[in-house]
Design a binder for this molecule. Structure first.
Ligand code: MG
Length: 311
């Protein structure tokens, strides 16, 4: 009966960040300010240097209102093309626009250093500046290295990199969640489980593309969870690993079941109008939201329906 439970009524009107507040990772789980398990589900933006038209307040507001996301991922393109290393001010500005929009909408925002190779100096400088500016708000989640290539060894290259970048964040922000990429495009979470970071309040990125990655990767994830890692699917696609190709409904459902069972948070790749099957939008879709169904791809419609149902 509407109005019979004032608490429930006011909860409904609250934003995700008002409801869940400061997040933290304890053991294998993401907890909210009340110490309860929380699952975040949302969308990842595409590389900032190539899809900057979606890095604005209107697009973020639309994704919150119409797609029911409670987290958005800003993917700061680093090296490829004219990324952050070439145009730091331009790319930082795009990310800050998305952060500010997420704060306004009351959703969480993952600040993702979207790189395949290590750039420890630039990353540390970037993240310390973000932590100084935004470390006091609960919305921010840091993701220090999107997808380390297979050639970078977890223990001798990736782990020291994360230690450095995490220290640069913790100098200014003691408590927000930090997510770290794992070897081989954030798939080798088993290696991270065998040699975890020494920091508390850290989660590990697991990425999959449902038409390529199957039981073998779920088994790696299970191994990591069983050995105490908190996993966060900061990026997954409905397509093949290339970002395009066929969609596999059966494997996609197995992955949804796996993420639900283990209460894994996720962001779907991606908010883009590129002509590839993982893109959520049809070519030419507005950068400002307001998308009708005909402007949304098969993948986008599937993911939107799940976000509406589960969040
Ligand atoms: Mg903080």
């Amino acid at each position: 009966m509407i109005g019979s439970n004032p608490q429930a009524f006011s909860d409904k009107a609250m934003t995700s960040v008002q409801r869940h507040g400061q997040l933290k990772i304890v053991g294998t789980q993401l907890l909210d300010q009340h110490g309860e398990v929380v699952v975040l589900r949302g969308m990842s933006l595409f590389w900032s240097q190539w899809m900057g038209q979606y890095y604005n307040a209107d697009a973020v507001a639309w994704l919150q209102k119409d797609w029911n996301i409670n987290v958005i991922r800003a993917a700061v393109g680093v090296t490829a093309g004219s990324g952050y290393l070439t145009n730091p001010d331009v790319e930082r500005s795009k990310v800050q626009t998305v952060i500010d929009a997420a704060i306004k909408q009351g959703i969480y925002v993952i600040v993702d250093w979207h790189a395949h190779d290590p750039e420890p100096e630039a990353a540390s400088q970037f993240f310390s500046s973000i932590a100084q500016k935004y470390g006091q708000v609960p919305n921010i989640i840091y993701e220090t290295w999107n997808e380390p290539l297979p050639k970078y060894d977890w223990s001798t290259v990736i782990k020291p990199y994360h230690n450095k970048v995490i220290s640069s964040i913790r100098a200014f922000d003691a408590d927000n969640v930090i997510l770290v990429g794992t070897q081989s495009w954030s798939q080798d979470v088993d290696k991270a489980a065998n040699d975890p970071l020494g920091f508390a309040n850290v989660g590990y990125s697991l990425h999959f593309y449902a038409s390529t990655h199957r039981e073998e990767l779920r088994n790696k994830a299970l191994y990591a969870i069983n050995n105490g890692l908190a996993l966060f699917v900061t990026e997954w696609g409905t397509s093949e690993a290339s970002g395009t190709g066929r969609l596999d409904a059966k494997e996609r459902q197995l992955w949804f079941d796996f993420m639900d069972l283990h209460k894994l948070s996720w962001c779907n790749w991606s908010v883009a109008d590129k002509a590839e099957s993982s893109a959520a939008l049809q070519p030419g879709a507005s950068g400002r939201g307001g998308w009708e169904d005909r402007q949304i791809t098969e993948s986008g419609l599937i993911v939107r329906s799940v976000l509406r149902a589960k969040n």
